[in-house]
Design a protein around this ligand. Sequence first.
Ligand SMILES: Cc1ncc(COP(=O)(O)O)c(C=O)c1O
Length: 499
Amino acid sequence: MANQVKSGITNILELQPQDSTPLYRQLYERLRLAILTEQLTAGVQLPSTRSLASELGVSRNTVLLAYEQLLAEGYVEGKVGSGTTVAQVLPETLLLCANTKSKSQLKHNQSRHQRLSQRGTALAQTPLIPKPLQTSRGKQQRIFRAGISGINAFPHELWSQLIARRARNSLQNLLTDRDLAGYLPLREAIAAHIVVARGVRCTPTQIIVVAGFQGGIDLAARVLLDPGDAVWMEDPGYLGARGALLGAGANVIPVPVDIEGLDITAGIAKYPQARLVYVTPSHQFPLGVTMSLARRLTLLEWANQNGAWVLEDDYDSEYRFVGRPLTALQGIDSSNCVIYFGTFSKVLFPALRLGYLVVPPDLVEAFITARHFIGTRVPILEQAVLADFMNEGHFNRHIRRMRSLYTQRRATLVAALERELDLEVYAPETGMHLVLWLPPGMDDKLASQQAAAVGIDAMPLSLFSMTETRAGLLLGYAAVDVHEIHDGVHRLATALRAI
Ligand SMILES: Cc1ncc(COP(=O)(O)O)c(C=O)c1O
């Protein structure tokens, strides 16, 4: 007769309702772990869905879903609803036993899976930016996630019409497009835009369309870096850049950022012979500062004298609400040491996965050839649609609309924070997020967790830091309706006061 699991199971199944992982998935993972670690052994009967649901205080459906998943994967046997027991042979054992004759072979197979390359290990171990917190059923939506644009205001209808038109009229002509740098009319449209809007000095031949920032930095790192090369990285800085650089085997040197941007003197003191510098000079991510002209000139001079490359990430400079942005670093670089990156993720929508590099003329061929072998070209239909969107004036119109929307949302958020909280706010008139500085001694990860519990997705600044940093929270305003802002800030203030 099967042993019945009675009380006590809830101790090993503690669920986290605030977590972004759905409850059924959490329950499935806890049960699977309990089975794999033999806290629940073969033949043990699991409680009925009804009684486990009531012990855990979750819906019966949550338990049903978790049991069904375990059943489908072979961790439990029987029939959900009429007695479920832990399987006699677990799927892991079956997988390892298949085609395996001896124990030593089994061991060998296990270690094969663990033998990642150094590059693979570095890539796999770099922390990912956490996914935006999901809304769990029946709960408030989580707001203020930094980096999310106001996609509700994107002209979806128009975009679909452009896709349909391209598919109908000219897709056939595109099917054999072999331009390794990307669709030429798109490169022409990009060049026309950034020459005027960002002061970038380039021709369309210098532009390479890439699969977003990760596609661009991966290509640049492969062409320009050897394993072990030192790279200055803003600290705090963008995790997407850090991960790609570590994955390329670079020796990532954290360089502090102050109100004028990357501290070049500190970089030189730490590692004078760096091979590459990663910077976000127009709007430092995550702090939001703009690199001063003096620093820009010092950086370019140092790079020129030392034969170093500068990777300029200009990810969201379209959103400047007052005055004109400073010209891109690339535009004042007279020694061709800057590789400029731009993306459509912020200004249009992130799933588009379209970005571009502007490469110095003498590097173009090497970049294009390398990209051919890496194989990360970008689908042609999206490129053609984007070219139409830009050439027909929709792109500039969209930017103007979003600028005015974000101006209003930013002002509302700043006013609400000032009213509700006696904390310092750094809210430059650019980008899509601001920084809320926390009082000395407050742990920003804890503050972020408390905020999540009341529906606020505020990433802690320390997440982006490699060394000790001042505690703060990032609050994005681009995707939050004005009428949601006051209530959201009130909830955040209540959560922070409780710490
Ligand atoms: C600093 C920074 N650079 C670049 C990007 C753009 O990344 P992608 O083009 O891969 O969407 C982001 C997006 O979050 C960012 O925050």
